[in-house]
Design a protein around this ligand. Sequence first.
Ligand code: AMP
Ligand code: FE
Ligand code: FE
Ligand code: ZN
Length: 284
Amino acid sequence: MRIDLHTHSTASDGTERPSELVASAAGAGLDVVALTDHDTTSGWAEALAAGERLGVRVVPGMEVSCLVHGVSVHLLSYWHDPADASLVGMLDASRTSRVTRAQRMVERMSADTGLRWEDVLAHVHGGATIGRPHIADALVAAGVVADRDEAFATLLSGRGPYFVPHTAPDPLEAIALVRAAGGVPVLAHPAASKRGSCVGDADVEAMVAVGLAGLEVDHRDHSDAERRHLRDLARSLGLLVTGSSDYHGTGKRNALGEHTTDPDVLREIEVRAGSGRADGVRGA
Ligand code: AMP
Ligand code: FE
Ligand code: FE
Ligand code: ZN
């Protein structure tokens, strides 16, 4: 069983439609793939239908952008109720803020790059969650940079002059809402230090107190030492350990199935799905 629990489609900043992504998963020899777009579940229906057609089990998921004392935190959620009103409200607020924030970044760099907002919109599929990768695609098309990597290393850097943050919930609030919606929350790439500052062990412990279920340990942005540390932390806090690719189609080097999750862990995630739901309905 080959299981990849973290991928992105054109519903956020991936480059393949949900159905194309599931076909790629089949081609990569995966048995199970989770679709975890940023702050949206709009790709679920297409991915689940493609999974049925192609014989790949699709796990419905999401990656929630969070922020705590200026540190960006990504929270994976599996099997939550996509219609849960509180969760939907939180995600709507994030996506709205992402649009204004991207517009402000484009305004800041327009004099230096000639980039206009329409140029960015041309790279966003209808209704998708907007992110810096879409600005990157517009910069590539305009010949300003060669690829998304170069864009992030230069104009889009979080430390650069054009950067504007978007509003995002505190991870403790997001975990509570995910649990109340029946989801299973797993902290994405908790130690990816090359992306920016990360949360500490005490923050993770506080997240466990409100229902965090696992840590994504095997991820290309973690060094061997970081993985060892996270594995020890997971053991001491009783957390599940996952591994995934964080595939974005051609938008990133990450290859489907480059890291995978143990079948026993997926089984445990599916057993827990629905258990936190206020209405008692189980998801799996
Ligand atoms: P944003 O959510 O708008 O702050 O943009 C961050 C997103 O950009 C992350 O979720 C990554 O998927 C993506 N990203 C970060 N660094 C890179 C990179 N070097 N190349 C391509 N995509 C990146
Ligand atoms: Fe992304
Ligand atoms: Fe992430
Ligand atoms: Zn991701």
